[in-house]
Design a protein around this ligand. Structure first.
Ligand code: GAF
Length: 366
């Protein structure tokens, strides 16, 4: 049997401060933290005015910073190349990789100078857990003094206009506005956000996050293609006349938005089997109608269900990344072993297993 276990969350506050101090010779004046997220239901509908129900999870990105009066930006990060330049460099071009996200956030902030900044994170990158939104929100939370609510629009603009990723607003919104023990029902037509108590632990259940290790980034073109196909489908005057691929996208979007209501109704009435069934139906729709799953995600879902999960689905943009399973606590270890074995049998790398408890919002720690 393949040995696999849960990756425990870690608090990197001390580490981000001490590495900053070692690098720059003085302690940072600001420290902030923003968590990654999983979406419980309502996938690929935020950019179409739909509803979704994300939570943040106990894996986060920490930023230590000292604001500068000049326009110099000096960035270091655990696991990435350092970057030094000027804050205007994003607009003039030539900035690659993670520095783009930091500069985009900085350009959306109320601070108009440069910054010395160090980043460290426990959010797996490219795993569909919104590491990019966590980075943007942690930077904004560190350098900007506005309220979380007032940072939502700048955080979304940083990714869409600053970096140029055609994402919706789900990831940044939940990163800034999440509450421990609550999911956030986001309505992108009305702009209303409502908390939904999300405490599966009270029923002996837990959300397990399975990172397939298949990396995907929202800026690689596939996300944009799915988005434009769905936009075209939803703009049709007569959906019954759509060609089959657009009809399938239309079916996914309308059924997924309906599933968010079904899911919330089931949560509120304590019908956890119903919650699980809606999750699994969502996966089928993402796989068959929208075409954004992949073999690894499908194997996680099938194996989780066969191991006693009440429901399972891919989460996030898809094409790799993570799936979530709603599992009775006493079956968690069995499920982990079964999924790890299923991957080993196929010659795939052992997936990572994370805890999907509902966490809090981006927070300024110093
Ligand atoms: C990505 C995007 F960034 C979100 O806005 C959302 O569209 C999601 O994929 C799919 O639901 O995370």
């Amino acid at each position: 049997m393949t040995h696999a276990q849960l990756t425990a969350p870690q608090d990197l506050t001390d580490e981000v401060m001490s590495v900053f101090t070692d690098t720059h010779g003085t302690a940072p004046t600001r420290v902030a933290r923003a968590a990654g997220r999983v979406n419980l239901i309502g996938e690929h509908v935020d950019y179409l005015g739909g509803t979704c129900l994300p939570i943040t999870i106990p894996y986060a990105t920490w930023v230590a910073a000292t604001l500068r009066e000049d326009d110099v930006v000096r960035l270091t990060s655990a696991g990435h190349e350092p970057w030094t330049g000027r804050r205007g460099d994003l607009v003039s071009g030539g900035v690659e990789g993670w520095a783009r996200y930091v500069l985009a956030a900085l350009n959306e902030s109320t601070h108009d100078g440069g910054v010395d900044l160090h980043v460290t994170s426990t959010v797996p990158v490219g795993a569909g857990l919104s590491s990019s939104a966590a980075l943007i929100c942690a930077v904004l939370r560190a350098v900007d003094d506005r309220s979380d609510h007032d940072l939502v629009a700048p955080a979304i603009r940083a990714e869409t206009d600053g970096v140029g990723v055609p994402s919706g607003g789900m990831d940044q919104t939940v990163s800034l506005l999440a509450t421990v023990g609550q999911a956030l029902r986001l309505n992108f037509s009305t702009g209303r956000h409502v908390q939904v108590p999300w405490l599966p632990g009270t029923a002996g259940l837990q959300v397990l996050v399975v990172d397939t290790g298949v990396q995907h980034a929202n800026d690689d073109g596939a996300f944009a293609r799915v988005r434009s196909r769905s936009e075209e489908a939803m703009a049709a005057k007569d959906p019954t006349a759509l060609p089959s691929d657009l009809a399938a996208a239309h079916r996914h979007v309308t059924s997924e938005i309906a599933r968010v209501d079904e899911f919330v109704d089931a949560v509120v009435s304590g019908d956890w089997r119903g919650v699980g069934a809606v999750m699994t139906a969502s996966h089928g729709s993402l796989r068959d109608d929208l075409g954004v799953s992949c073999p690894e995600l499908d194997v996680v879902v099938e194996t989780a269900l066969a191991s006693g999960a009440l429901g399972a689905r891919m989460t996030g943009g898809g094409f790799g990344g993570c799936a979530i399973a709603l599992v009775p606590r006493e079956l968690t270890e069995t499920l982990i072993a079964a999924v790890a074995d299923a991957f080993a049998e196929r010659g795939w790398n052992t997936p990572r297993f994370l805890i999907g408890d509902a966490e809090g919002p981006a927070t300024r720690l110093l």
